[in-house]
Design a protein around this ligand. Structure first.
Ligand code: PLP
Length: 450
């Protein structure tokens, strides 16, 4: 069923009025930021929150968040995965509190470094870990290593991927041309120079793109999560692995979001065999941290290329990378927060939400579907699951997404400012999930009423 554009505008305008009326304190802070912050926000994507300005956070704990106007929210955004197991998990807080008074950064390792390396190896089945402050940095470094190891300069990504602000990955297909997406700010070079792009799940195109023998690495999420969720088709990963091996191309699996699938992310759940694994966001419970690790064979090559670069500034790294505070946070989070039990309860909530949303889609006669990847779930404005990023991108409807998010926000639920994703943590309850489905029922009834 289709909605009336006029009705959508009316509802959005009514909800914006309600948002402004209820968020006076946030509005004052937003106005005060006019001079001190670019476009009044500390990060540009904060402009995109559904109310026209962001709510300012006073406190967050577990699955809840309180704003400076005193409203309590159930937080299904969870820092867009960075707080995937809830805000300020007690074990992480205890570890960083202890570390705070013992020094935070030294340019020297603490014993936590090797414990975290061992923990990450146990999760993802690859070794030889290196640390960064973000998943973006980990992807950048992984690409540098891949070029150094293979002596090749191109990388390959899938259309509508996102791997953080990594220059080479800001490349998209326009017909058969590779171009910078319109959203890319100041691209350094034409991305066709650095990057090949093919559609996810398109094995013939992948095969053709690798055949030239000049691609250092394929960098991919195991399932796309940044253009809605696009799951890999039957046998896609096996073909991807075969082709990359056959053409001497390294396979970098970015688990930053797909960690939601369960312990060890999709690498473990799907039984993948990457050359390099990248992780970030949730692994330190909210403290900035990223990491990348190498398969045994790749790690020998990585060690050999680094021994040839006799410099302290090889193009990867950062003074604060592997700092003691991030490592203490990762150690505690990996040991006590990111546990099988935590996944079990979060995934159960995601399943309940997925079922609830699927029922609403059917009751309202909508040609939509909902996709779950562990404790992450998302609905899409198209009847069938997608096979490519282009299909998923074409189904997006930003005004509609905005209304759905704003309506929820006005009724105590925070969802990401991008597409229709919800994340669940052990601190959420079945009541939270069911209440959100009721709210979704209300907005759909208002929007689609005849
Ligand atoms: C798959 C993936 N990789 C990497 C990143 C970058 O993470 P960060 O912004 O924490 O560097 C993101 C961010 O959303 C992501 O979705």
């Amino acid at each position: 069923m289709n909605y009336s554009a006029t009705r959508l505008l009316e509802l959005t305008s009514r909800e914006l009025d309600r948002f402004r009326a209820n968020h006076a304190e946030s509005a004052v802070l937003h106005e005060r930021a006019r001079i001190s912050l670019l476009n009044r926000v500390p990060m540009q994507w904060m402009v995109h929150w559904a109310g026209g300005f962001p709510i300012y956070v006073a406190h967050a704990e577990g699955g809840q968040l309180r704003d400076v106007d005193g409203h309590e929210y159930v937080d299904f955004c969870l820092g867009d995965t960075a707080a995937m197991f809830g805000h300020s998990p007690p074990a992480t807080v205890a570890a960083i509190t202890k570390q705070l008074s013992s020094g935070m950064t030294f340019m020297l390792p603490t014993p936590d470094a090797l414990v975290v390396g061992e923990q990450l190896s146990a999760h993802f089945g690859v070794d030889s870990w290196q640390f960064t402050l973000s998943a973006t940095d980990a992807n950048r470094a992984a690409l540098r290593y891949a070029r150094a190891i293979t002596g090749r300069n191109k990388i390959l990504v899938f259309n509508h991927c996102y791997h953080g602000s990594v220059d080479e990955t800001f490349a998209t297909l326009d017909g058969d041309k590779i171009v910078a997406p319109v959203t890319s700010l100041g691209p350094p070079v034409d991305p066709a120079v650095t990057t090949r792009v093919v559609e996810f799940n398109d094995v013939p195109a992948l095969s053709e793109a690798l055949e030239k023998g000049d691609v250092a690495a394929v960098l991919t999420e195991p399932a796309l999560t940044n253009v809605g969720i696009v799951l890999p088709g039957e046998g896609f990963h096996a073909r991807l692995r075969d082709l990359t091996r056959r053409h001497g191309t390294l396979l970098i699996i970015d688990e930053t979001h797909t960690l939601s699938a369960g312990l060890g992310g999709c690498t473990r759940v799907y039984g993948l065999e990457p050359d390099i694994v990248v992780v970030g966001k949730a692994i330190a419970g909210g403290v900035p941290a990223g990491a990348y690790g190498f398969s045994q064979e790749c790690s020998r090559k990585a060690a050999s290329v680094t021994s040839m670069v006799n410099t302290d500034s090889p193009g990867v790294g950062g003074t604060l990378a592997a700092n003691a505070l991030s490592l203490a946070a990762m150690r505690a989070t990996l040991a006590d927060v990111l546990t099988a039990k935590a996944f079990e309860s979060s995934i159960a909530l995601a399943t309940r939400w997925t079922q609830g949303v699927a029922s609403l889609i059917s009751e309202h006669g909508l040609a939509w579907h909902v996709t779950q990847l562990g404790c992450r779930s998302e609905y899409h404005f198209a009847p069938q699951p997608f096979t490519t990023g282009a299909e998923a991108n074409a189904a997006m409807d930003h005004p509609l997404e905005r209304l759905l998010r704003l309506y929820s926000l006005n009724r105590g639920f925070v969802l990401t400012p991008f597409h229709n994703m919800a994340l669940f943590c052990p601190a959420h309850s079945l009541q939270d999930v069911d209440r959100h489905c009721e709210i979704m029922d209300d907005v759909l009834s208002e929007l689609f009423k005849r």
